[in-house]
Design a protein around this ligand. Sequence first.
Ligand code: GUN
Length: 295
Amino acid sequence: MKILDGNTLSQQIRNEIKEQVAQYVAQGNRKPHLAAILVGENPASKAYVGMKIKDCEEVGFKSTLFKKEESITEDELMKLIQELNEDNNLDGFIVQLPLPRHIDEDKILLAIDPIKDVDGFHPTNFGRMAQGLETFIPATPFGIMRMLERFDVPTAGKHCVVIGRSNIVGRPMSILMSQKGGHANSTVTICHSGTQDLNKYTKDADIIIAALGQPYFLTADMVKEGVTIIDVGINRIDADNKKGFKLVGDVDYESVKDKSAYITPVPGGVGPMTRAMLLENTLLAYKRFFLQEEK
Ligand code: GUN
């Protein structure tokens, strides 16, 4: 069993990004610049955005946080997005999800200029990804693909079962794993809450990507020997510690690990890769938009 260590790999990637940024800045260019819009007081969102800002500092990016009250109107948020779209000193920005219920998330994501959409959530970028064109791939799927590639996990011709069909993880993963180019070329099954006899699929899987958001969902009896497990879950469960909670995956790691060829831990697997890929997308936006180096 090999643990796919996202902490170590993401640190390597952050170091690579930092070196590139230092070179660009030494050549007289401004720093890459990422902005984040955070609405309301959701504790998980606040924690995620805080980490994203900290990551920017570490690699030498400029970052700007727009912290808005829960009561912000849709029009006010749309106005802010227009301003950021037009700001030439900004390479990319994200709107942290979820948004308060009085705001139409789809409308907001559509308003972001696709060339600054470093989350890769805009339908234009999603469509480009689906067609294998230059785009911004959402950070979690991008991080998983990078992990499979860097650890040289066999994927070609393998049966990959994705559990979950969210726009952020499950659906894009199913598309990326089926692509011919890159480190993929798997045969893909996408399972979800409407799937009958889930075990039939998971037991046949060479690779399982668990992205359904249920703690300890995937257990040893559901998988075959030699499986590769990618655990995307970040579930908060009550714990007897200072914080009052701990983070656990969608996989029952302790039971599944002994049957796995490769497995990602939680924490320390997919999560840090996601954070590193937002930086990578921002650097890509900077190269395309500011340096005009890439398509
Ligand atoms: N909420 C949960 N994950 C994400 C993410 O990757 N980006 C944004 N903007 N919001 C999220």
